[in-house]
Design a protein around this ligand. Structure first.
Ligand SMILES: Cc1ncc(COP(=O)(O)O)c(C=O)c1O
Length: 409
């Protein structure tokens, strides 16, 4: 992979400074940077063929419709699904809410919903709501002492009452990769459905939903080079057909009358009420082309290598506590000894380095780690070993926000 050449495609990596220092962007798990081709695609839409989708009978509207459905097909190809299994959402959170509320009518009192303590709020709170509404029971699959989920612990947690298992493919804090395929095999021996939060996996590795055999998979465009406000809910077609739409309105119905009788479109349109995020879809098209041109296997390999290098270097720093040395994906979670994570964040800011600090929307996991917050550096394929060197040097020389005032460090 020619990283120098790739970096030229990202305007944010071409000389932008923060605090007078070259920007080092290590907050890719929060959102990715965008390449020029994505920005161009969005501008092209607004400049040259701005029209609504699935509504107009004129040429530019037709062009939007074609591009919209081609994007759906492109995303389907990207994860090896069928186009009618791809629902456009705003983000992962919306997709997970759509599944939780959509499946609610199937949940009965006393049914069990299996989650884990490592989940992001977006994969907990919608299920809490379902449990509250339906008097269902939330259970957590125990984590190993490192914070991993194992098939053994899944087996111990499944029961005849389990209706839903909903888990992150990659933890946004510890970066462990769930063995989705083995989990799906176990879960499908029961009546339960398997929902996967793909927010941190789809942007970073090759995904094949047929092979993984999960029932639903949700992910966000903004974490994989596309604009904010566009995401995807993948669902097996039969399951989508059997699911209630969260939102009603234009575009999702076939007919309705004065008595309130409403006919629903087939999936995926059934779940796409109202004017969609067309610029998001157009940008997603360009993002997928860009990722495919590099190759997801290459991206995966590169990010694992960056993580390995960072761990190797950070292990030499006596003042650094590492929480996930062994995890596979490009996420490093740590603390500087004796320093509150947000103070460390301010210090890194003074060095031009963007990291995430605090609870990472995974509050239960923070209790599990017995900290009041951590610092997270998350890499993307466009990051470099030289950036990691600068970051490690910053760790070695300080960490407290007061250190920010000593600029020679
Ligand atoms: C594991 C995980 N799930 C869900 C989300 C929510 O994603 P979004 O804010 O794009 O809806 C995130 C965001 O960081 C995440 O890391």
């Amino acid at each position: 992979m020619d990283v120098d050449k790739i970096r030229q495609d990202f305007p944010m990596l071409r000389g932008i400074k923060m605090q007078g220092k070259p920007l080092i962007y290590f907050d890719n798990a929060a959102t990715s940077l965008k390449p020029q081709c994505v920005l161009d695609a969005i501008l092209d839409y607004y400049r040259n063929f701005n029209a609504n989708s699935h509504r107009g009978d004129y040429d530019i509207a037709h062009h939007v419709d074609v591009l919209f459905e081609e994007t759906r097909e492109k995303i389907a190809g990207f994860i090896n699904a069928n186009a009618n299994e791809i629902v456009f959402t705003a983000n992962t959170s919306m997709g997970l809410n759509m599944v939780a509320y959509g499946l609610m009518p199937k949940i009965k009192e006393g049914d069990e919903i299996l989650l884990s303590e490592a989940e992001h709020a977006s994969n907990l709170l919608p299920w809490f709501k379902v449990a509250e509404e339906k008097k269902a029971i939330i259970r957590y699959i125990p984590l190993t002492k490192e914070g991993r989920l194992t098939v053994e612990n899944l087996k111990k947690s499944l029961s005849p009452r389990t209706k839903i298992v909903s888990l992150a493919h990659v933890s946004n804090v510890l970066g462990y990769i769930l063995d989705v395929k083995s989990f799906a095999k176990e879960i499908h021996k029961t009546q339960a459905l398997f929902v996967v939060d793909g927010a941190q996996s789809v942007p970073h590795m090759k995904i094949d939903v047929q092979d993984l055999d999960c029932d639903f998979l949700c992910f966000s465009g903004h974490k994989m080079l596309a604009p904010t406000g566009i995401g995807v809910l993948y669902g097996k077609y039969d399951l989508l057909c059997d699911m209630e739409p969260l939102m009603s309105g234009g575009g999702m119905n076939t007919h309705f009358n004065m008595c309130g009788k409403v006919g629903l479109q087939n999936p995926p349109l059934r779940f796409e009420a109202g004017t969609p995020n067309i610029e998001g879809v157009v940008g997603f098209y360009a993002a997928i082309d860009y990722l495919n041109a590099i190759g997801m296997e290459n991206i995966d390999k590169r990010e694992r290598a960056l993580k390995k290098y960072a761990i190797q270097e950070l292990q030499q720093c006596e003042n650094v506590i590492l929480y996930n040395k062994e995890s596979e994906s490009g996420i490093v979670t740590f603390n500087i000894k004796g320093v509150f994570s947000q103070d460390a964040g301010s210090y890194f800011n003074s060095k031009g380095i963007c990291v995430r600090t605090g609870l990472h929307c995974a509050k239960i996991l923070t209790d599990f780690l017995k900290t009041d917050g951590t610092v997270r550096a998350s890499f993307a394929f466009y990051n470099t070993e030289a950036e990691i060197d600068t970051f490690v040097e910053a760790c070695r020389n300080g960490g407290n926000f007061l250190d920010a005032f000593f600029d020679d460090k």
